[in-house]
Design a protein around this ligand. Structure first.
Ligand code: URA
Length: 284
């Protein structure tokens, strides 16, 4: 038997590996299960419910153990097809409600299958600033709202320090579903959500876009430099549907600032840059 400490270590290790959801109250001993691969190697047809191999598999499974679950779902669309679908759906959205509905019907991002909630945006779509984080975390996944965990509490303080709050800005992420184990979203996951982010920008037309952290800054600005080189500078963001480019300045991610408080001082300067731009006091 494991001691409490060992059990805790084992759970921590599972979470670090991204195994943070249980799919059953009962454990499954994979060593006593027939190999599903053997069935699939024989070329399982798409209509798995009527596949004789599957029926045979279920019959061989002892009544007391759980049957091996082979998903009858169609294979996921390729990432190229998903980006095309996302682009088409996003382009057809003329309001934020349309965008939300389009996202609800979009199955091209693999993250949707493991997340509990879809997390689109919080704040004011008519606000002056759009903050784009990396991806929803555990608390965001639970509540269906971006930046509501510890990073969100710091973000609220950062907003307050330059006389802003969530009623004056919109907060979203580069992907709309939580990556398992809070890993960084893959480039494919970001690419499949990007058309919706672009459409959000077009619908909102903020005065300033603020990517939070390196991954968000790199994907929005198509830059390869790290956040340390990108913060403290102004860039522009444009799409074919925007009548004028939008000013962009990345900030260190609040989660990084919680771990590295020494970076709060330069971030304060970056926040002041945003305030000055909103006040028209930077001559831009
Ligand atoms: N970190 C992010 O990047 N986004 C969130 O919504 C929460 C934490």
């Amino acid at each position: 038997m494991f001691s409490d400490d060992q059990t805790r270590d084992l759970l921590d290790w599972h979470i670090a590996m991204g195994i943070d959801e249980t799919i059953s109250d009962l454990p499954v001993d994979s060593f006593t299960q027939p190999k599903p691969a053997a069935v699939l190697e024989q070329g399982a047809p798409h209509d798995l419910a009527s596949a004789p191999q599957l029926n045979a598999l279920t019959e061989r499974t002892p009544a007391t153990s759980r049957p091996v679950i082979v998903s009858p779902a169609a294979p996921p669309p390729s990432s190229e097809a998903s980006v095309q679908t996302a682009t088409k759906l996003a382009a057809a959205a003329n309001t934020f409600d349309d965008l939300q509905t389009a996202l609800l019907g979009f199955d091209g991002c693999a993250l949707k299958r493991t997340a509990t909630s879809m997390v689109v945006a919080d704040g004011n779509p008519a606000g002056r600033v759009l903050f784009i984080g990396e991806a929803p975390g555990a608390e965001e996944d639970r509540q269906g709202k971006p930046f509501v965990g510890p990073s969100g509490q710091l973000l609220d303080k950062m907003l307050k320090s330059i006389c802003l709050d969530r009623s004056q800005v919109l907060i979203s992420n580069t992907v709309f579903w939580r990556p398992p184990g809070n890993r960084t979203p893959t480039t494919t996951e970001v690419a499949t959500c990007l058309p919706f982010v672009q459409r959000m920008v077009e619908l909102m037309m903020p005065e300033v876009i603020v990517p939070l952290g390196g991954p968000a800054a790199k994907s929005l600005l198509e830059q390869t430099a790290g956040i340390g080189k990108l913060r403290g500078r102004w860039f522009t963001y444009t799409t074919v549907n925007l009548s004028a480019p939008i000013a962009v300045t990345p900030l260190f991610h609040p989660a990084y600032l919680l771990r590295t408080p020494a970076q709060k001082r330069p971030t304060w300067r970056d926040l002041l840059m945003i305030r000055q731009r909103l006040d028209g006091a930077d001559g831009a």
